[in-house]
Design a protein around this ligand. Structure first.
Ligand code: BEZ
Length: 211
């Protein structure tokens, strides 16, 4: 069955380009992002891995560990990394899991047979410090992901884990947030000393509390 938000991220041991890992140990009680690639030596995947390598410091700033997976073998991954470094003008700086037996892809339901029964789709799982799944995303092989959007979601997830707010459409870090409906107006005054802007009883904004 497909993994759902709030489910525990399945644990696994796997060979990666940075050695063998136990996924839960590797997470180490922090945030993590696991994303799948349909196949090595393919153009869109090459650009995606290069893009993430260039953004690595943004994930580090947020305390998020990054790991990719593809069903190809470890030797193939090592060769492909040379191409990624060369063509994307970067240096790979996070592990790629080799999943030739599809242990990880199956546990995370990354192969969608009606799309393709051999390659994984482009899945993303964001895992919280409690090892629970906080976000799932599925893109087709033909569409490269927007990793800036994933950083935006991480900002929202980390904010809303600590404060009783939600983030509105197209929210970006630093913009006003929505006070969650469970918070009463009189409570809001204490919880959000920067103020409350009330548009409707259910639609109340406050400046981002952690800024
Ligand atoms: C790609 O990464 O370019 C790709 C992979 C599988 C199917 C189509 C495109």
């Amino acid at each position: 069955m497909a993994l759902r938000l709030g489910d525990e991220a399945p644990n696994f041991t796997a060979v990666t380009t940075e050695g063998t890992i136990d996924f839960h140990q590797w997470l180490g009680g922090g945030w993590g992002i696991l994303f799948s690639h349909p196949k090595d030596y393919t153009p869109v995947c090459t650009t995606e891995l290069g893009a993430v390598a260039k953004m690595r410091d943004e994930f580090d700033k947020r305390g998020v560990k990054v790991i990719a997976v593809s069903v190809d073998a470890i030797e193939s991954h090592h060769g492909w990394i040379c191409d990624i470094n060369e063509t994307q003008n970067t240096r790979m700086n996070f592990p790629i899991i080799a999943d030739p037996d599809r242990k990880v892809s199956t546990a995370y339901d990354m192969i969608h047979p009606n799309a393709d029964d051999t390659f994984t789709v482009r899945s993303v799982f964001i895992v919280g410090p409690d090892r629970k799944i906080k976000l799932t995303l599925t893109y087709p092989a033909s569409t490269g992901r927007n990793f800036f959007e994933l950083l935006r979601v991480i900002d929202s997830l980390q904010l809303t884990a600590k404060h009783r707010v939600a983030t509105p459409a197209n929210w970006e870090d630093g913009q006003d947030c929505i006070i969650t409906p469970a918070v009463k107006d009189d409570e809001a005054a204490t919880l959000f000393p920067k103020g409350m802007r009330k548009i409707k009883p259910y639609l109340r904004y406050t400046p981002q509390p952690n800024k």
